[in-house]
Design a protein around this ligand. Structure first.
Ligand code: SAH
Ligand code: SF4
Ligand code: F3S
Length: 468
């Protein structure tokens, strides 16, 4: 009989991609996926290490799993991912129930590690150079969008960041293999790909003869059957004309750029070792706005990096106003073991971080709200994900801006999807039901903080409009 496994995934898309690869290997070795940990023979935690809280979650979950292990002594518990790489066997010393530990760079050794597990606890977090000889087996989650990692690791060593310690040095996957992987995903029915790398802009730079990131986008744009290309993360230091002009030229590449600024103070950026000044960053934003006028820009911001003064923080608020981000991810600085910033003087007190966090959140809400309201009346291209379960109160109308209501002519079904700019869009459809993966035009009737509402086709539907 097949063995069953459950895998819990924490952290970023890179970890979700790894989970799909781990699942591919486990399926190959005769393990089948199971959603119920109590019925599983193997439970894996694919962990994250980016903030202290991410690591705390791992131990809380291991604590919860202890009961299962007591009732089923044959159950094997494994820890992999970024925290496993950073902490190694230390995890098993703190939690002796753990039977298997492997690092982010040891996934390809999983078949061997599983054999070892039959003989007792097995740990392997030694960094391994990737071979990239063949595609790893991968069992993707259902959906329209497939993750494709284009590079492993990171060489940047930003002073706050644990990633170079958990994912090792940067390795670009050969472009031929990337094309092969995407063609296979398209063959399985995926319509969109999400290229992943810690710093996609440095793709290929260290490999003689390899494409640049812009070149890679241009190559992938020619893949038949693929509808949309997204990518993340762009590093402002390496984001250049090559990439932005490829974004502008390639039809399939969506007009969304995630360009994490981290801070709006030159002094803080210097100590973070980010490799750019505020002005240099803003000149990239200008280039993006110039080349892709309807483009959507998002960012990451760290609040309370050691030594961040009120003035430094004001700089961050200024950058938010100038960049007009559609959305941002905000993080209170969390000291990470082994990083330069951990031992820096002037750690910012928690209450100051909390205050600044609230100020950033408030400003960003105002900016996002305004930008989204600005889309009302326009048309966006949406890839359909599927129908939305309708609440009775929503029947036949959707709230408009400024106290307006827009009446929909028929009781139309409601669907959900994503715009090219990565907005979540809920929309009514008149005449025919679109299928998942279809691309439709939607007129935006309402721009809310977390998404858009509209109607498709854009011209056909609105009967009346009145002020309440
Ligand atoms: N490679 C990406 C970032 C990956 S980590 C880049 O260079 O932009 C994702 C985000 O987590 C970072 O952009 C940063 O904002 C946040 N982050 C990383 N380390 C952090 C820390 N120690 N404390 C708080 N936030 C952190
Ligand atoms: Fe971390 Fe900097 Fe590398 Fe991003 S570029 S993963 S923030 S070290
Ligand atoms: Fe991702 Fe967390 Fe690792 S954010 S790269 S899973 S430390």
């Amino acid at each position: 009989m097949d063995k069953r496994f459950t895998i819990f995934t924490y952290g970023c898309q890179m970890n979700r991609y790894d989970t799909e690869t781990i699942t591919g290997y486990l399926n190959q070795e005769g393990y089948e996926s199971c959603d119920d940990p109590a019925r599983s023979d193997l439970i894996l935690l694919n962990t994250c290490s980016i903030r202290d809280k991410s690591e705390q979650k791992v131990f809380s979950q291991l604590g919860r799993l202890r009961k299962l292990k007591r009732s089923n002594p044959d159950l094997k518990i494994g820890v992999c991912g970024c925290f496993a790489t950073r902490e190694g066997e230390g995890i098993a010393r703190k939690q002796p129930d753990v039977d298997l530990i492997f690092g982010t760079q040891n996934i390809d050794k999983l078949p061997e590690l599983l054999k070892g597990l039959e003989g007792g606890p097995t740990y392997d977090v030694d960094p391994l150079e990737p071979e990239f000889a063949n595609l790893a087996p991968i069992r993707r989650n259902d959906g329209l969008s497939a993750y494709v990692s284009i590079a492993r690791g990171c060489d940047n060593f930003c002073a706050f960041c644990v990633v170079p310690h958990t994912r090792g040095p940067e390795w670009s996957k050969p472009s031929g293999l990337i094309v092969e992987e995407i063609e296979a995903a398209v063959g399985e029915g995926f319509r969109e790909i999400n290229l992943l790398g810690q710093n996609v802009n440095s793709y290929g730079k260290k490999v003689p003869g390899e494409l640049t990131f812009g070149g890679l986008l241009r190559r992938l744009d020619r893949i038949d059957g693929l509808e949309r290309i997204r990518f993340m993360t762009s590093h402002p230091q390496d984001c250049d004309k090559d990439m932005i002009s490829a974004m502008a030229d390639c039809e399939k590449v969506c007009e969304h750029l995630h360009l994490p600024v981290q801070s709006g103070s030159d002094e803080v950026l210097r100590r973070m070792e980010r490799g750019y000044t505020v002005d240099e960053y803003l000149s990239k934003v200008d280039l993006f706005r110039e080349q892709i006028p309807d483009g959507v820009l998002t960012s990451d911001v760290i609040i309370g990096f050691p030594g961040e003064t009120d003035e430094d923080f004001e700089g961050t608020l200024r950058v938010l106003k100038k960049s007009r981000y559609d959305n941002i991810y905000m993080f209170k600085y969390s000291p990470r073991p082994g990083t330069k910033a951990q031992s820096m003087a002037d750690q910012v007190p928690e209450e100051v971080k909390a205050e600044r966090f609230n100020a950033v959140q408030e400003l960003q809400r105002e900016i996002s709200g305004k930008l989204h309201r600005g889309l009302e009346g326009g048309v966006v291209e949406v890839m359909v994900e599927g129908p939305v379960a309708r609440k009775a109160s929503e029947d036949a109308n959707c709230g408009g801006s400024g106290g307006k209501l827009v009446q929909i002519s028929v009781v139309s079904p409601k669907f959900a999807g994503r715009s090219r700019g990565n907005h979540r869009v809920n929309f009514y459809v008149e005449g025919g039901n679109p299928r998942p993966g279809d691309v439709v035009e939607v007129k935006v009737l309402r721009g809310a903080l977390h998404g858009l509402e509209g109607i498709s086709p854009p011209g056909a539907v609105v009967m009346e409009e009145w002020a309440t």
